[in-house]
Design a protein. Structure first.
Length: 61
């Protein structure tokens, strides 16, 4: 696992918590920020997955 995968997962999780907190309090702004953070995290994790795939492909003979 690389740093992009870890950071992406953390952002996704934090965003989910932020979104649920926004829902619970009726704060649409926090809810939207949480959703945006989740998307950002998923993109970053995807980038990390691609990097790992390339690294693994280069290791194979």
């Amino acid at each position: 696992m690389n740093k992009d995968q870890l950071k992406g997962t953390a952002k996704d999780t934090t965003g989910a918590v932020q979104e649920k907190l926004g829902e619970a309090t009726g704060n649409k702004d926090q809810q939207a920020k949480g959703e945006a953070r989740q998307v950002e995290g998923k993109v970053q994790k995807g980038l990390g997955n691609v990097k790992e795939g390339v690294k693994d492909a280069l290791k194979k003979p």
